[in-house]
Design a protein around this ligand. Structure first.
Ligand code: NAD
Length: 440
């Protein structure tokens, strides 16, 4: 099938590459000419396991192309994906300007019936807004004869395993009331639906809400565990034991039960906030969601408070080795990363940071290029040199079994602040390390 994807970000690029991999003929469009040019030359703008090979192979095979030419792109596709960003507006609601701009572009150039697929995470009612915008443009063009369907098809990929998630999705949610659109969507996704039925068809509004409900449920699990961790600490319990104790109940399960330094990334914070704003707009007080957000905002300062307490509030001229900058492992995404809140608090208190991350160094450099109190180190070992303590913020695999003797040798004090509970307290004590973690 001929497919057009608007927006070459985490979602659009991965989706485009995966659709090309199964044989679809994909054109990806972005307004960022530099990104498009670099992609054509084989430069992949984001780090995502398996993505580079997939993009290069399918581009070379001619099934995956990149352009800024929207007219040609619209002409190409039998279906048009909208996969552009929906960042928070000033009040936290989802800003739909990019989505509606694409809707307009499609309407300006379409010449026959089109299926427009909302892949971006958008509030309930957005498909109606997209339809209205398209109708408006078609009326202005005197082309009301052109038919179209707007389908909601939210994306559930996880950064860090985006390619695997798209190749083998748990479910494919399709929101439409049109049987023709449903048929086309089933044909598009047939290669991903062979093993067992994964397609769930529903009305558009339910599909739109499903995406928010999924992210808000996951964010709730995290904030709930962080709340339990804070309680455990004050009550003399160990959250890691509690986690295992409750995870063994199949109604709860072990997934997503880790206490830590709060959730970040481009999705959970903005999606929780956007659903709160949607609720506000219809005079509904989303009490649970507000609590989830508040707990998360506070949790991002927990590690800093532990560090400040250890040093009696005097962090001036202290140096900290920091492992892990991305908001989670296997990505270079720094959006809303807890590491940023922590580093900024450390700098504010007069401390210096020597940081290492396996993938997010370039992105950190881009964000903090004028920050004198940040040294980006080439290896996790070099970040330790002469530092007062080690802080672990992101649980990359390579941090899970470090050489503790060498850590002790490099640091001024045998002191670790671990925001991800990677190590056992007993082992740390045996090694002579002063070990602060979360909820233990
Ligand atoms: P992103 O910011 O990485 O990429 C968006 C891209 O859209 C950018 O390259 C931008 O230049 C481009 N763009 C903006 N306006 C355009 C236009 N008019 N025409 C063509 N391109 C345009 O965003 P993302 O992380 O890929 O997220 C996209 C959407 O998917 C968001 O709604 C997000 O909430 C949702 N989502 C993201 C994830 C994730 O893990 N990142 C997962 C599921 C859903």
């Amino acid at each position: 099938m001929k497919v057009t994807v608007f927006g070459i970000g985490y979602v659009g690029l991965v989706q485009g590459a995966v659709l090309a991999e199964v044989g679809h003929d994909v054109v990806c469009i972005d307004i960022d000419a530099n990104k498009v040019e670099r992609l054509k030359q084989g430069h992949i703008p984001i780090y995502e396991p398996g993505l580079e090979t997939l993009v290069k192979e399918n581009h070379a095979a001619g099934r995956l192309n990149f352009t800024t030419d929207a007219a040609a792109g619209v002409k190409h596709g039998e279906v048009q994906f909208i996969a552009v960003g929906t960042p928070p507006d000033e009040d936290g609601s989802a800003d739909l300007k990019y989505v509606l701009a694409v809707a307009e572009t499609i309407a300006q150039h379409m010449e026959g019936h089109q299926i427009i697929i909302d892949k971006s995470t958008v509030p309930v009612g957005t498909a109606d807004k997209v339809s209205a915008r398209i109708k408006q443009v078609l009326t202005a063009r005197n082309r009301e004869d052109l038919g179209f369907d707007v389908v909601s098809n939210p994306e559930f990929l996880k950064e860090g395993s985006a390619v695997a998630d798209c190749m083998r999705p748990d479910r494919i949610v399709i929101g439409t009331n049109s049987s023709n659109a449903e048929d086309t969507m089933r044909e598009l996704y047939a290669p991903f639906n062979r093993n067992h039925e994964k397609i769930i068809v529903m009305d558009v509004r339910s599909a739109e809400l499903t995406k928010y409900a999924a992210n808000c449920m996951l964010a709730t699990k995290i904030s709930f565990m962080n709340e339990m961790a804070n309680l455990a600490e004050m009550l003399g319990a160990d959250i890691e034991m509690v986690r295992q104790g409750i995870g063994s109940d199949p109604r709860i399960g072990y997934q997503f039960l880790y206490a830590g330094v709060g959730y970040g990334g481009s999705c959970f914070p903005k999606d929780v906030q956007a659903l709160i704003r949607t609720a506000d707009s219809i005079d509904f007080d989303a009490k649970v969601l507000k609590a989830v957000e508040n707990r998360n905002n506070e949790q991002k300062s927990v590690l800093f408070k532990k560090i400040a307490k250890h040093f009696d509030g005097d962090l001036n001229s202290k140096t900290f080795a920091l492992w892990g900058l991305s908001f989670k492992p296997n990505t270079d995404d720094m959006r809303e990363a807890p590491s940023r809140v922590l580093m900024e608090a450390l700098w504010e208190a007069g401390a210096k940071v020597q940081a290492f991350d396996p993938e997010a160094m370039e992105e950190t450099q881009r964000i903090y290029n004028d920050q004198d109190n940040l040294t980006l180190c080439g290896t996790k070992e070099s970040a330790l040199k002469g530092a007062d303590a080690l802080i672990i913020v992101t649980e990359w695999q390579e941090f899970k079994a470090p050489d503790f003797d060498s850590i002790i040798k490099q640091l001024k004090y045998p002191l670790i602040f671990d925001g991800r509970n990677l190590f056992e307290q007993k082992r740390m004590t045996k090694k002579g390390i002063i070990y602060h973690s979360i909820g233990r």
